[in-house]
Design a protein around this ligand. Structure first.
Ligand SMILES: [Zn+2]
Length: 272
């Protein structure tokens, strides 16, 4: 049993009487509706355009992000590394090569998160490059017009990642991306956390595939640039409910986001 405050109990009783249902029935219906709301829903905090325009202060805390899901990716306040959210834990890959678990009060300027509930699974073999991986994942996507979450796990014969380093305040992402660290790893077990976004979303999301890597030992991670693997388990979730949470900070509210950022973002996010 759960403890419900008296005021809520009274409100529930009234609502139940009004709808001619029992209180337990009403609570079940509310819970069911809430859970459904989270299935196939993806939450994005801020826009890729804002990030490109240099809006990368804290817009949300890691703790608040986790209320919206257990799987996703993003970056940290001040562009301090790459974020990987896996099984409800938030990992921060630092430019130094270290990976730490982020605290609940750590800040993020941009993140995409979902409660991962796969619709389909399979195996992908003989992945020879990033574009090869894209082509193989394409085979599991029935549409170009919704979002997808993708989870791949296995032993990678080769992985190349990049981790952004914190730039001086106000420096654009395209400039910041130039001070990124790159890592190459061989024969490493881990997970790729991926989001696929439609081309039409390029004004506010990272269109196409966007993968972040985290090794099974949680010691290596970053934004995926290149990949080779013999065999990977594969899971995909259709995301047809997209929620965009816009920041309320002064920096965001005053930023000029009217220009075409798709090309700039391509240069920064897709270095492969
Ligand atoms: Zn990334």
């Amino acid at each position: 049993m759960i403890d419900i405050p008296l005021s809520l109990k009274v409100a529930l009783e009234e609502e139940a009487k009004k709808n001619n249902v029992t209180r337990d029935g009403l609570i079940s219906a509310i819970l069911a509706e809430h859970v459904n709301l989270n299935v196939h829903t993806v939450f994005q905090v801020s826009t890729s355009g804002a990030l490109v325009a240099g809006v990368y202060d804290q817009e949300v805390t890691v703790g608040a992000l986790l209320e919206h899901g257990d799987f996703g990716l993003g970056t940290f306040a001040g562009l301090d590394g790459e974020m990987v959210v896996l099984d409800g834990r938030v990992y921060q890959a630092h430019g130094s090569g270290k990976v730490t678990e982020a605290r609940a009060d750590a800040g993020a300027p941009f993140a995409v998160i979902t409660r991962f509930t796969p619709d389909m699974s399979g195996t992908i073999t003989d992945v020879t490059s990033f574009s090869d991986l894209e082509a193989r994942c394409d085979g599991f996507r029935a549409s170009d017009n919704i979002f997808y979450a993708l989870r791949l796990h296995g032993r990678f014969s080769y992985i190349k990642t990049r981790v952004v380093n914190p730039p001086e305040p106000g420096v654009a992402l395209t400039e910041a991306a130039k001070s990124q660290s790159e890592f190459e790893l061989e024969n490493i077990a881990g997970t790729l956390v991926g989001i696929w976004s439609p081309v039409f979303s390029s004004q506010f999301s990272v269109a196409g595939y966007h993968f972040h890597f985290i090794s099974d030992d949680h010691e290596h991670g970053g934004h995926l640039l290149d990949v080779k693997a013999d065999s990977l388990s594969f899971q995909i979730e259709n995301l047809n409910d997209f929620r965009l949470v816009l920041p309320e900070t002064e920096t965001y509210l005053k930023a000029n986001l009217d220009r075409d950022i798709a090309a700039e973002l391509n240069a920064a996010e897709r270095g492969h």
